[in-house]
Design a protein around this ligand. Sequence first.
Ligand code: HEC
Length: 148
Amino acid sequence: MMMNQMLRYGSLAFGVAALAATVALRAQDAPGGGPTAVEVSGEGKEVYEQICQACHMADAKGGGGAGAVIPALAGNPRLADKDYPTVILLKGRGGMPWFSDILTPEQMAAVLTYVRGHFNDYQDPVTVADIERVTTASPPVPDCNCTQ
Ligand code: HEC
């Protein structure tokens, strides 16, 4: 039990460090700034495994403990409205980083399509047009009602 929890925190810390390292590395590559991209393919599954899984876990059931609660993305009815996860991905919220600086619109569309279709049963894809529409509309970040 304890061991399992320790492993969990260990992998979470590692994932966050790896993410920060990737971002720092890319920033060095492009000293002039401008949009940088994480070196993963446009495959939603790959983006998920390289980035989101560090916090949301491989089974997308999230994790939690002292002060840090990561919501499940699997079986999450809030994802029925595709604008909901799109806003969070674009702007972040609480402990959830925003990804508009490090993922391309194609990667964001792909990972959201993957999360909604693979861990839930929402089969309509999130498209680059959706990402652009939400970016332009700039709706306020929705409040989390994380009581699952
Ligand atoms: C550094 C850890 C971390 C990473 C990496 C991360 N998330 Fe999150 N995510 C969180 C936390 C923490 C929350 C809860 C935020 C809040 O409401 O305060 C969250 C919330 C969310 C939510 C809202 C869930 C809900 O029910 O409200 C979605 C959708 C989401 N994340 C998708 C993703 C996707 C897709 C990725 C990969 C591109 C990702 N996250 C990467 C930590 C992370």
